[in-house]
Design a protein around this ligand. Structure first.
Ligand code: TXA
Ligand code: MG
Length: 313
């Protein structure tokens, strides 16, 4: 059931969380599928509904800075990053405390924590008087949702309440940084650019594979639409195929459907529109989606990472 994210409905949703149910909610990055992080049966429902393998850990969402120490052992760099970027699109991996059930971390001794910058998410966490474990609210390996309707299309009534807070501003998932390595490692490029992080804590490593999760190559194809997708520097339609175009700045001739990420060529705006445009293209019964490559700087790196995973190569 989709409910508008009014104060009353957020309270209702918080009650669902407290009772061990599932609530999908907006964050500034993408919609999350939330459950009480301290209730392992509730967290198990997330995996079931998403059809997600249990070896893939979930992020715990908090609403107050003090919560960080309740769940993990923060390092000095963690405090620096929290001060600079929370609430916001940054997730930190830290050694976990006993209270975090092992289903949340897929048995790892580390937990991923984030304070989202969305008033509805913050209010929901606060009202539920717990912490909320939440992956993106899509089926495993499919496109992440940036609107309440996207959640409903994939998960339907398997979620108790879907709180509708409109379209997500950032539009790609949070950047994940592992602070248990020296130097810290970026495990996933996302809504906060690496350049900004390096200004605060100095140089970081970027990894293509999340070594903490013992499933090498598992996530080669991820974030993907049902329609095949191909990245091109100079997009051209493929003869005899119904081709859709995901363009960066401007349309091109010969495509059945065209989505433009940012007419101004702004990478932040492009990231915010990425999943939304892919969801629309995916509904057009196309044979293939041609995605134009974007410059790999700032948020362009996160966009190209998602496009490569959608392409599956
Ligand atoms: O923006 C976001 O991060 C969204 C919103 C809802 O907050 N969440 C999200 O969650 O994208 P999810 O589950 O779709 O992706 C989180 C990824 C997992 O696939 C896993 O690779 C990594 O975070 N992760 C979670 N816990 C981890 C841990 N303890 N150690 C290493 N990686 C972890
Ligand atoms: Mg996800």
């Amino acid at each position: 059931m989709i409910l508008k994210a009014t104060e009353e409905n957020i309270k209702k949703a918080a009650e669902v969380i407290r009772k061990g149910g599932l609530v999908a909610f907006p964050t500034e990055t993408v919609y999350g599928l939330g459950a009480d992080a301290l209730n392992k049966e509730a967290v198990a429902k997330i995996f079931e509904v998403k059809q997600r393998p249990l070896i893939d850990p979930v992020i715990v969402h908090i609403s107050k800075f003090e919560d960080l120490e309740k769940l993990a052992y923060p390092t000095e760099l963690a405090y620096k990053l929290a001060k600079a970027f929370w609430p916001g699109p940054l997730t930190m991996v830290l050694p976990k405390k006993e209270v975090v059930p092992s289903i949340v971390t897929a048995g790892l001794d580390f937990v991923a924590i984030r304070m989202p910058a969305h008033p509805v998410a913050l209010k929901l966490i606060e009202e539920s008087k717990t912490f909320i474990a939440a992956p993106s609210a899509n089926l495993f390996s499919k496109l992440s949702p940036t609107r309440a309707e996207h959640v409903y299309e994939q998960l339907g009534d398997k979620v108790d309440i879907i709180l509708d807070g409109g379209k997500c501003d950032v539009g790609v998932e949070s950047t994940i940084i592992d602070l248990t390595t020296e130097p810290p490692t970026i495990l996933r490029l996302g809504g906060l650019d690496v350049e900004a992080i390096e200004k605060v804590i100095g140089e970081v490593k970027i990894t293509k594979e999340n070594k903490k999760i013992k499933a090498p190559g598992m996530l080669k194809k991820h974030y993907s639409p049902t329609t095949p997708l191909k990245i091109m520097k100079e997009p051209k339609p493929i003869p005899n195929l119904r081709c859709g175009l995901l363009a960066f700045k401007e349309p091109r001739e010969g495509f059945e459907v065209v989505e433009i990420l940012s007419r101004k060529g702004d990478l932040r705006e492009a990231a915010a529109n990425l999943y939304d445009s892919l969801h629309r293209l995916d509904k057009q019964n196309l044979d293939i989606i041609i995605a134009e490559a974007v410059p790999e700087v700032g948020l362009g790196r996160a966009i190209m990472d998602r496009l490569r995973k959608a392409q599956g190569l």
